[in-house]
Design a protein around this ligand. Structure first.
Ligand SMILES: *[C@@H]1O[C@H](CO)[C@@H](O)[C@H](O)[C@H]1NC(C)=O
Ligand SMILES: *[C@@H]1O[C@H](CO)[C@@H](O)[C@H](O)[C@H]1NC(C)=O
Ligand SMILES: *[C@@H]1O[C@H](CO)[C@@H](O)[C@H](O)[C@H]1NC(C)=O
Ligand SMILES: *[C@@H]1O[C@H](CO)[C@@H](O)[C@H](O)[C@H]1NC(C)=O
Length: 368
C-alpha cells in the first residue's frame, strides 16, 4: 500500500469513523423497553394463562399488521407497541411467550397481564393472572437470564438505560372497589382512604422497579374511569361520564402525580415521569372534533347501551370507522386514541411531568 493511499484512507475514512461514533445517538439511546401493568398494556401474556381476561379472539387485532388477535386489548396496536415504534426497538414479546429467548431478550419484554391491579386482591375473578409482585419477580428472573447471555455488568447497563412503562390502578376500582355493591374493600375503606392505600402501594411498586435497576420510568395511573363505555352503560343516565367512578379517578390520578414528584425529589433525580392519561382522554371527550373523533361515549365493539355491555366478540356490533372512536371496546382505547396518547407522551408539555419522553431521551444522549 503506497503512502498516498494510506494517507487518503486516514484523511477520508478516519474522520468519518470519528464522526460516526460521536454523532451516533445510540451511545445512550434506549436499546430495551420493559412494560408492566394491566390490560391497557398487556400484549399477550394472558394468552398463556388460564383466565377469562383475554383478547385472543376476533375482532381484537382486526387492524393489527397481522389482522389477527394477539392478546392486545385493541383493534390494532396498543400504547406499548406505539412507544416501541418511536423508540426504535423491535416489537416486544410477552414475557411468557416461549419464543422469547436468546438475543430477543435484549430487546426487553412485556410483563403486563390483563386484570391485575395495584392490590393483590384485585381481579381475583380472573383467577390465574400475573399480579404485580409476580411481574416484578419475573423481571428479576429476566435479568438473570440476560446476565447468563451478556454478563451482569452489561445487563445492569441495559436495564438502567431502558425505557420502562407501568400502567395500573384502573382495575383496583373497576374490578375491585366498585365491582359489586358493598364490595369487601368498599366496606373496609371510604373512597379517600382506599385511594391513599392505592397510592402508598403504587409507590412501593415503583420503588421496587427502581431497586431492580429501572431509571427511566413512564408511569400512568387510570383514564377517566367514569367515561368508559362499559361504565356509562350501567351507571350513567344520559351517556354522560358516571359520577362515582369519575370521582375516584379525580382523587386517585393527581395523588399519583404528586407521589411521583415526591419520589423523584427523594431520589434526587427524575427517574419517574407521570403521564396524566386521565386528562389526555378528557380532552378527547370534551373536544372530539379537534382530535378527529366522532364518538366518545360508545364502544366500537360491544353490545347493549353505548355498545358498552359484555365482552367484544365475533357476535358484537362492530363500528365501521374505528378511527372515529376513542374507545375500541368498553374499556380500552382504539389504536388511533393510543397514537394520540403516545404523541403527548413524547412531545407533549401539559400532561407529562416533569418532562416529555423526547426531552428525556435527548438529555440522555447528550451526557455521554
Ligand atoms: C414461535 O415462533 C414460531 C416460528 O416463528 C411460530 O410458528 C410460533 O407460533 C411462535 N409461538 C408463539 C407462542 O407465538
Ligand atoms: C401482595 O403479595 C405479595 C407476595 O405474594 C406480598 O409480598 C405483598 O405484601 C402483598 N401486597 C399487599 C399490598 O398485600
Ligand atoms: C414528536 O415530534 C417529532 C418532531 O416534530 C416527530 O418527528 C415525532 O414523530 C413526534 N413523536 C410522536 C410520538 O408523535
Ligand atoms: C417536550 O417538552 C418540552 C419541555 O416542556 C417542550 O419545550 C417541548 O416542546 C416538548 N416537545 C418536544 C418535541 O420536545
Amino acid at each position: 500500500m503506497s503512502f498516498i493511499t494510506l494517507a487518503t484512507i486516514l484523511v477520508f475514512v478516519f474522520p468519518y469513523l470519528v464522526f460516526a461514533t460521536t454523532s451516533s445517538t445510540d451511545v445512550n439511546a434506549p436499546k430495551a423497553f420493559f412494560v408492566f401493568g394491566d390490560s391497557l398494556v398487556d400484549n399477550g401474556n394472558n394468552n398463556f394463562l388460564i383466565t377469562s381476561a383475554r383478547a385472543d379472539s376476533p375482532p381484537y387485532g382486526i387492524d393489527y399488521p397481522s389482522h389477527r388477535p394477539t392478546g392486545r386489548f385493541s383493534n390494532g396496536k396498543n400504547i406499548p407497541d406505539i412507544i416501541g415504534e418511536h423508540i426504535g426497538v423491535d416489537p416486544l414479546l410477552p414475557y411468557l411467550d416461549p419464543n422469547l429467548t436468546g438475543k430477543k431478550l435484549l430487546n426487553g419484554a412485556n410483563f403486563a397481564s390483563a386484570g391485575i391491579g395495584i392490590l393483590n386482591d384485585t381481579g381475583i375473578q380472573f383467577v390465574n393472572i400475573i399480579r404485580m409482585p409476580y411481574q416484578l419477580a419475573l423481571f428479576e428472573q429476566y435479568q438473570e437470564r440476560v446476565a447468563a447471555l451478556i454478563g451482569t455488568e452489561k445487563t445492569k447497563k441495559l436495564v438502567n438505560e431502558a425505557i420502562v412503562l407501568i400502567t395500573c390502578g384502573g382495575n383496583d376500582f373497576v374490578n375491585n372497589y366498585y365491582l359489586v355493591p358493598n364490595s369487601f374493600r368498599s366496606l373496609q375503606y371510604k373512597l379517600p382512604d382506599y385511594v391513599r392505600l392505592l397510592v402508598t402501594e403504587y409507590q412501593k411498586i415503583l420503588m421496587r422497579l427502581y431497586e431492580l435497576g429501572a431509571r427511566k420510568v413512564l408511569v400512568t395511573a387510570t383514564g377517566p374511569l367514569g367515561c368508559a363505555p362499559s361504565i356509562i352503560a350501567v351507571r350513567s343516565q344520559k351517556g354522560e361520564c358516571a359520577k362515582e367512578l369519575q370521582q375516584a379517578a379525580n382523587l386517585f390520578n393527581p395523588q399519583v402525580t404528586a407521589m411521583i414528584s415526591l419520589l423523584n425529589k427523594k431520589l434526587g433525580k427524575d427517574i419517574f415521569i407521570s403521564v396524566e392519561a386521565h386528562h389526555i382522554y378528557l380532552d378527547f371527550i370534551s373536544k372530539p372534533k379537534t382530535f378527529g373523533f366522532e364518538v366518545v361515549n360508545k364502544a366500537c365493539c360491544g353490545q347493549g347501551p353505548y355498545n358498552g355491555l359484555g365482552l367484544c366478540t365475533a357476535f358484537s356490533n362492530l363500528c365501521p370507522n374505528r378511527n372515529a372512536y376513542v374507545y375500541w371496546d368498553g374499556y380500552h382505547p382504539s389504536e388511533r386514541a393510543s397514537r394520540l396518547i403516545v404523541q403527548e407522551i413524547f412531545n407533549g408539555s401539559k400532561y407529562v411531568n416533569p418532562m416529555n419522553l423526547s426531552t428525556l431521551i435527548a438529555m440522555d444522549s447528550m451526557k455521554v
